[in-house]
Design a protein around this ligand. Structure first.
Ligand SMILES: [Zn+2]
Ligand SMILES: [Zn+2]
Length: 152
């Protein structure tokens, strides 16, 4: 398959036994939809700069939709990752390929990290609320703490 940006052959490799195609010139990647989260986790793990809930992620300058899916040649859908317009990526609904440009993957990993932190915080807030209500309304706080602290 050819890089949709550079028109040269993509290098085929695997990540978690799934096919991943890389362009050696622009470092863009063609990956299967289901591989996106596992790959973002890997990228998050090696990112040098720390990201927290308050890190401002500026919108990446969108270099535009790719011409066509490198595999089936149909028009790919150009859309904002996680429903925001910070990173615009391209996906093929026919073959479930996603095309990500090199710098996009890093920003997506930051967005992914941020959404996980927000999730963890709201989970902690919910848990704190349950404990508060338990303290106020009855004396079953021991069992709630047991639930949190012990596995069984
Ligand atoms: Zn390329
Ligand atoms: Zn396709």
């Amino acid at each position: 398959m050819l890089c949709p940006r550079c028109n040269i052959d993509l290098i085929e490799g695997t990540s978690d036994e799934e096919e991943v195609n890389l362009c050696q010139k622009c470092s863009g990647a063609l990956i299967k939809q289901k591989m996106l989260i596992p790959i973002l986790k890997k990228v998050s793990g090696v990112m040098p700069d720390k990201v927290d809930e308050n890190t401002f992620l500026p919108r990446l300058n969108d270099i535009g939709a790719v011409a066509a899916c490198p595999d089936c040649k149909s028009q790919m859908e150009h859309y904002g990752y996680m429903g925001s317009n910070i990173v615009m990526i391209d996906g093929c609904n026919e073959c479930n390929w996603i095309w990500v440009d090199a710098r996009e993957l890093v920003v997506m990993a930051k967005l992914y990290t941020q959404s996980n932190l927000n999730y963890e915080r709201s989970r902690a807030n919910r848990m704190a609320k349950v404990i508060d209500e338990t303290y106020i309304n009855n004396d079953s706080k021991e069992s709630i703490l047991e639930m949190i602290l012990f596995d069984d």
